[in-house]
Design a binder for this molecule. Sequence first.
Ligand SMILES: NC(=O)C1=CN([C@@H]2O[C@H](COP(=O)(O)OP(=O)(O)OC[C@H]3O[C@@H](n4cnc5c(N)ncnc54)[C@H](OP(=O)(O)O)[C@@H]3O)[C@@H](O)[C@H]2O)C=CC1
Ligand SMILES: CC[C@](O)(C(C)=O)C(=O)O
Ligand SMILES: [Mg+2]
Ligand SMILES: [Mg+2]
Length: 341
Amino acid sequence: MAKMYYNGDANAEYLNGKKVAVIGYGSQGHAHSLNMRDSGVEVVIGLRKGNSWNKAEADGFAVYPVSEAVAQADVVMILLPDEQQTKVYKEEIEPNLTNQALMFAHGFNIHFNQIVPPEESDVLLVAPKGPGHLVRRTYEEGAGVPALFAVYQDVTGEARELALAYARAIGSLRAGGLETTFKEETETDLFGEQAVLCGGLTSLVKAGFETLTEAGYQPELAYFECLHELKLIVDLMYEGGLEGMRYSISDTAQWGDFVSGPRVVDARVKEEMKSILTDIQQGKFAKGWILENQANRPVFNAVNESEKQHQIEIVGKELRKMMPFVQKNKQKKEVAVSANH
Ligand SMILES: NC(=O)C1=CN([C@@H]2O[C@H](COP(=O)(O)OP(=O)(O)OC[C@H]3O[C@@H](n4cnc5c(N)ncnc54)[C@H](OP(=O)(O)O)[C@@H]3O)[C@@H](O)[C@H]2O)C=CC1
Ligand SMILES: CC[C@](O)(C(C)=O)C(=O)O
Ligand SMILES: [Mg+2]
Ligand SMILES: [Mg+2]
């Protein structure tokens, strides 16, 4: 088994007396900033004026334009959207770099050569294996989201220790840290989100929902069966793996799992997964995403709009209104955001 790193393997002193500039205050940015502050680290935020700026200020942070945040920091964590990083880096970060450590939560821009860091900077990565809002929520609950860490450039000889101290400060070493490379993190993260966690899953859920509704079953029932219950099943997998989940389901369901699961995700699906991985490894996916952004996202925006109109979304919105316990965390976030406007 690979070596896993936990709190005891990290030395928090590598962040002592250092100022961390977190650039961006979105999903990952707010979570890293709040968790680090609660762990005793000095954090400033770099942003442009707008919603995130207001939110970070309301959360009690000192907020600066990106260039000013970078200039005063010892460590710069770039938590901007991947597709925006190159431009902001060239215009506002690079001109203000002296010898700050440069950090990422995803290796995309370094691995695909969109950002070429200066030779004087340590360059490292701490990539939580979970959405930012859960990085914050689990930290507050005394737990954490596991993280990958990697060193791309080690000028000071302390980059690896800094990565571990950072991963500890955001709560990830409560769950486990795993050492990797920028290449491995980038390729596996892209593959996971496309084939399984996001792309594979949303397509599976929609196909199940459509199969039932097209056969004349009630959409509300199809929503409960194919989307709502998914969390309950996945929670069991999160707690106890496949076996833990199968312990709780009926033997009828488990038999159906064994005989029908491989009919849904068959050899052709796995071939397609391999092809997706090849596109990622060869840079084809990255090139397409960069071009899509250069063209102002025509496909992204069109698909995004049509997805919002899918019947599963319409019916789900209504059903969730009647389940305040499901909305709990979302409401908290919305209240917090609207309070800042
Ligand atoms: N989402 C996740 O859970 C995960 C993300 N990552 C990685 O973390 C990084 C950040 O992603 P994510 O948290 O999703 O990003 P978000 O889209 O949630 O947040 C981006 C933040 O950057 C700010 N921003 C955008 N453009 C600019 C700009 N030009 N100048 C200054 N600030 C700007 C936004 O502020 P504004 O309100 O002004 O737009 C916002 O605060 C990415 O590298 C991603 O791959 C890694 C693991 C999981
Ligand atoms: C699964 C999507 C993710 O990779 C993540 C939350 O880890 C992302 O890029 O948002
Ligand atoms: Mg990920
Ligand atoms: Mg990702």
